[in-house]
Design a protein around this ligand. Structure first.
Ligand code: ASP
Length: 324
């Protein structure tokens, strides 16, 4: 069997980061270009061939529409290119869940598409970049990775885009899946899927939007005042509440959100647990949408895509949040 032909799309992040010294704490993401990353991947001696393109060389805290649009276009091209078996996107970890979920919603479930990052820069002692990249090569080169949507590989685990979250600010094992944990364990020489692919042959859930509307996230806290709602919602086409517990907020905030005139998705600032309809907040009466298993960052991406797709009826929106 011929080795898998993989296309690496580089965007920057700590996996391409440099501190200038093995023991320096401060560092800059996105310093190592696509050509060097490619050379490093080739140097691993894995059974795969590589080609690469640079989309950006930034920390993923700076990622936005321009990079996402280019990335989507490049992946679409790779999916129809007969010379490509799988795609690896090297990416910062801060917003990996947002990029992965946006791509997951807007790509067909064809060849493997794998996002990978690192928690320590390339020149740090104990850098996890090549470990993670080697694991990503193993996943992207596996035909059984197809039909699972966009995947995120961190440490020795594979997560589905819809589940994955960055759950720690430091340490190599910083990613978790919720409500599902990892869907496979991986090393450069082994890959154990915990179940079959569920999306084989499925087309993209949504067409790639022409733009993404403004949707702020409001972080709720004890003593929050309704004045902040007006301030944050200026010019917004929708909003996401990162609420307390089951998506709660002080009564005056809930009232202000209901009066805002734009779709409101209630999610939770708590890391795990879903937000369901009509527990302490009467979503039916207020016209709100419950984020269910999606955290605020992913709830925002889905709301943006829904609005960009012309879906604004609360029941139709809720159906999309209920879906997995
Ligand atoms: N701030 C970096 C980024 O997201 C962190 C990382 O990659 O781990 O690009």
């Amino acid at each position: 069997m011929q080795p898998p032909r993989l296309r690496i799309l580089a965007t920057g992040g700590t996996i391409a980061g440099s501190a200038g010294s093995a023991l320096e704490r401060g560092y800059r993401p996105g310093q190592i270009g696509a050509a060097d990353l490619l050379a490093a991947a080739k140097g691993l001696g894995l059974s795969a061939t590589f080609e690469g393109r640079e989309i950006a060389a930034i920390g993923s805290q700076d990622i936005g529409w321009r990079e996402w649009d280019a990335l989507h276009r490049e992946i679409e091209a790779a999916l129809t290119d007969e010379g490509v078996d799988g795609v690896i996107v090297t990416h910062g970890t801060d917003t990996a869940e947002e990029t992965a979920f946006l791509l997951d919603l807007t790509l067909s479930a064809g060849k493997p598409v794998v996002l990978v990052g690192a928690m320590r820069p390339a020149d740090a002692v104990g850098s996890d970049g090549m470990r993670n990249l080697a694991n990503a090569v193993r996943v992207a080169g596996d035909p059984a990775a197809a039909g699972r949507g966009v995947l995120v590989v961190m440490s020795d685990q594979v997560f589905a885009a819809i589940d994955v979250r960055k759950a720690a600010t430091g340490g190599a094992e910083a990613f978790r899946g919720f409500p599902r944990g990892p869907i496979a364990n991986v090393t450069p020489t082994s890959l154990d899927w915990f179940g079959p692919a569920e999306r084989t042959g499925r087309p993209a859930r949504f067409a790639w939007p022409a733009a993404l509307p403004k949707v702020p996230i409001l972080y709720a806290y004890a003593g929050m005042d309704k004045g902040e709602v007006a301030c944050m919602l200026s010019g917004a086409q929708g909003s996401v509440l990162a609420g307390l517990g089951q998506g709660n907020a002080p009564a005056s905030v809930i009232e202000a959100l209901a009066a805002s005139g734009v779709p409101v998705v209630r999610s939770s600032r708590v890391d795990q647990g879903s937000v369901d309809r009509n527990l302490e907040v009467d979503d039916d009466a207020l016209g709100f949408i419950a984020a269910r298993g999606l955290g605020p960052a992913k709830a925002r991406i889905l709301l943006q895509v829904l609005l960009a797709s012309g879906i604004s009826d609360p029941a139709a929106m809720q159906a999309e949040f209920d879906r997995r």
